[in-house]
Design a protein around this ligand. Structure first.
Ligand code: 0RA
Length: 389
């Protein structure tokens, strides 16, 4: 299905690195999706992603995000700090290279699973290019280092502005989006709140603090329970069918699959899915694999325990009142669909299905009271569906 557009896109992808930051300003949508509200908020996620990577590597525990009164955003982390030593190739401080060169810095040579949620896998340099001002402060090696940039260009050389106790490290990034690029430069607390909470659920133990300096509003996201707390949070205003969610995490040579499930007494299906912490709104092969496993595991349990009266339960029957979070990590995700939020990797379906099936079977065997409650709920859905026919 190769067409002219694909060939053109393929070409432009490969010149992306060569064209540098002017290219980012020339075609911002290629890097941040769009120049509207969602693209604007994407800038914050790009900066936060770098701190999340530092947290995933085990060096950062708190990320602080503040909407400042002047319309800028500040992201502070307590990681190791962006390196400040002179880069061997560019002969400039590493932090300057990270901020002013597209895809620069060792952080972008990600290990197979060390993939975080940046929609286009770009970094802080894209944010710098699309900001009328960016200030980066690095605490490292006992010193406070600072540099500012205007549309991605340094305003002065990296300078030392003070001292800190050795061992006190971290990075602070403040930026004001360029209003000549974006249709709106007004950040929305609730938009950031939703995504930052999600990032926090997906990275258990990571603390993210969101503040609005104007209103004084403050939210703290910190969940030691990860997906277990996520599924309970989604169900918080509902009546849960079982207190303890079904939970499993399995690592295979190609994939990490993590899942939390909790039924409620309602009739809605609510399956949230993530690939490398990106919300796959349109689902995909991981979701298909999970759903197939769920239907099969519930039918197997029901048949084995002679609970079935009117034939096997359908997928729709077993998904009434289902709340599930599926999070997978895959080295080379292929995103498809209208909004590029549908996972296409065909090999994922079977792996997620077999991992989910064995984990669900094990949970049902060990929790027969919960298993029967789920089966009976699905049988009620089946009866209602049959009666409606
Ligand atoms: C490159 C290398 C190292 C850390 C970072 C980048 C880093 C980048 C960001 C961006 C926001 N916060 C960050 N924290 C760290 C490793 C440095 C080392 O080996 O000490």
């Amino acid at each position: 299905m190769t067409n002219e557009k694909d060939i053109k896109d393929y070409g432009s992808k490969n010149i992306k690195v060569l064209e540098g930051l002017e290219g980012v300003r020339h075609r911002p949508s290629m890097y941040i999706g769009n120049t509207g509200r969602s693209g604007l908020h994407h800038l914050v996620y790009e900066v936060v992603d770098n701190s999340v990577d530092e947290a995933m590597a085990g060096f950062c525990s708190v990320i602080d995000v503040t909407l400042e009164k002047n319309g800028s955003v500040t992201v502070v982390d307590d990681g190791r700090g962006i390196p400040v030593d002179v880069h061997p190739v560019y002969k400039r401080p590493a932090v300057e290279v990270v901020v002013t060169k597209l895809h620069a810095g060792g952080k972008f040579d990600k290990g197979s699973y060390a993939v975080s949620g940046g929609l286009h896998g770009v970094g802080i340099s894209v944010v710098a290019a699309l900001s009328k001002n960016m200030k980066v402060i690095v605490k490292r090696e006992g010193k406070i280092h600072q540099q500012e940039y205007k549309i991605g260009k340094p305003l002065y050389d990296l300078k030392v502005t003070g001292k800190v106790e050795s061992g006190d490290t971290g990075t602070e990034v403040n930026f004001i989006p360029d209003e000549t690029i974006f249709s709106t430069v007004k950040f929305d607390f609730s938009v950031l709140e939703t995504r930052l909470r999600e990032i926090s659920f997906l990275n258990k133990g990571l603390k993210i603090v969101l503040k609005d300096a104007e209103s004084g509003k403050k939210e703290i996201f910190h969940y030691e329970g990860g997906l277990i707390e996520f599924v309970k949070w989604v169900n918080k205003s509902k009546e849960a069918l079982h207190v303890k969610p079904v939970y499993f995490v399995k690592e295979d040579s190609k994939l990490i699959v993590e899942c939390a499930v909790q039924y409620n007494s309602g009739y809605q299906e609510n399956v949230l899915s993530f690939v490398n912490t990106i919300n796959t709104v349109e689902g995909g092969t991981h979701v298909v694999g999970f759903k197939t496993a769920l239907t099969r595991a519930i039918n197997d349990y029901a048949n084995k325990n002679k609970l079935i009266k009117n034939g096997n339960l359908t997928g729709d029957d077993v998904r009434e009142g289902l709340t599930a979070i599926i999070s997978i990590k895959v080295p080379e995700p292929q995103f498809e669909g209208q909004t590029k939020t549908k996972l296409g990797n065909s090999e994922v379906k079977g792996i997620v299905e077999s991992v989910s099936f064995s984990s669900l079977v094990e949970f049902f065997e060990e929790n027969p009271v919960v298993a029967k409650r789920i089966v009976f709920k699905a049988m009620e859905s089946q009866s209602a569906r049959n009666a409606a026919k």
